[in-house]
Design a binder for this molecule. Structure first.
Ligand SMILES: [Zn+2]
Ligand SMILES: [Zn+2]
Length: 353
């Protein structure tokens, strides 16, 4: 065991403060990673503030962060895939049981025994729970380490490990998007990645937004068209015309307005999680044999596929790089959606202070 510098919160109402945390010594299958960048995901904020207490109560101290990019500094004796110096990533998962049907099917994110990167019981017993990427280093089983393309800006790669795979996975699963009309609802951390992927898949990309002033940005990110969802006429013109819609909104909203945008056999997939149940109109689904789905990140193999795809198509998240000392300020801004489109913490700021 060794100790690593980190930023943690001590309670649901505490600010982040410098801390030291235990990390396990590298076992045979482990990779020790010096963290270069860590993205700030909305889940980090919900967990730090114990806002998901009914489903996943937070154990304190809490060190969030599951959008990790770093460099390998040490590998265990049985590690074959990585060597010191390699550029790697770690996403939302750091372990699973490897034996259940979901693990066998390469969808470890649905393993009942999955270990999440932070606030998950630590099966190695190093600490009560796992600690995430707001830290100078992390030790992870090589099976949960991803290879990061070296042609991309690592600060912008970090958010791919959660926001990227969350939007990439449902679009890939839906099928061939080339030439199809694809809608992305909401232009935040998830939405902006959805637009980039849909465009790279060759779709006709349409962004739905409530803010007309996001039009320019949507087009710059790759949208062919922008619909201001509060404009009834604009919405009406597109009724029944979409093959696939990715809904990234985490707040309450009229889901039926978007289901009605789908064509025959069209699908709307939710990746945002509003706190209160959405009211779904059966009629909206019946007429047009439309379907409504949900999706949660992706398995390790698919996450690697996504990173390779990003390397090939030069895709990264649009990030605002901050030092760790500004993390409290960043959280306040995140609540107000005041970021284009993801914060990425430069973890060298933790080492120098
Ligand atoms: Zn996340
Ligand atoms: Zn499993």
């Amino acid at each position: 065991m060794y100790t690593a510098k980190a930023y943690s919160v001590a309670s649901a109402t505490s600010q982040f403060a410098p801390d030291t945390i235990p990390r396990r010594a590298t076992t045979e299958r482990d990779v020790q990673i010096e963290i270069l960048y860590c993205g700030i995901c909305h889940s980090d904020l919900h967990t730090a503030r114990n806002e998901w207490s009914s489903v996943m109560p937070t154990t304190y101290p809490c060190v969030p962060g599951h959008e990790i990019v770093g460099r390998v500094i040490r590998v265990g004796t049985d590690v074959t895939a990585y060597r010191p110096g390699d550029l790697v990533g770690v996403g939302c998962l750091v372990d699973s049981d490897h034996t259940c049907p979901n693990c066998q099917a390469d969808v470890e994110q649905f393993c009942r025994n999955a270990t999440f990167t932070y606030n998950s019981p630590d099966r190695h017993g190093t600490a009560p729970v796992t600690y995430g990427g707001y830290s100078e280093s992390i030790v992870v089983d090589e099976r949960f380490v991803l290879r990061v393309p070296t042609n991309l800006n690592p600060a912008g790669v970090a958010p791919l490990l959660c926001a990227g795979i969350t939007t990439y996975s449902p679009m890939r699963r839906w099928g061939e998007l080339k030439g199809k009309k694809v809608g992305v609802v909401g232009l935040g951390g998830l939405g902006h990645m959805g637009v980039k992927f849909a465009r790279a898949f060759g779709a006709h990309v349409v962004v739905f937004t409530t803010s007309p002033n996001k039009r320019g940005d949507a087009v710059r990110l790759g949208a062919h068209e922008v619909i201001v969802s509060t404009n009834r006429d604009e919405m009406k013109q597109h009724t029944g015309s979409f093959n696939f819609i990715l809904d990234t909104i985490a707040a309450e909203h009229d889901i039926n307005a978007y289901i009605n945008m789908l064509t025959l056999d069209g699908n709307l997939t939710l990746v945002g999680a509003p706190e209160t149940p959405l009211k779904v109109s059966a009629f909206a689904l019946l007429f047009g044999r439309r379907s409504l789905s949900g999706s949660l990140i992706g398995g390790i193999a698919e996450t690697q596929e996504m990173l390779d795809f990003c390397g090939k198509h030069d895709i990264t998240a649009d990030v605002e790089v901050i030092p760790i000392q500004k993390v409290n300020e960043a959280y306040e801004r995140l609540v107000k959606s005041d970021v284009k489109y993801r914060f990425s913490i430069d973890m060298s700021s933790l080492r120098t202070k």
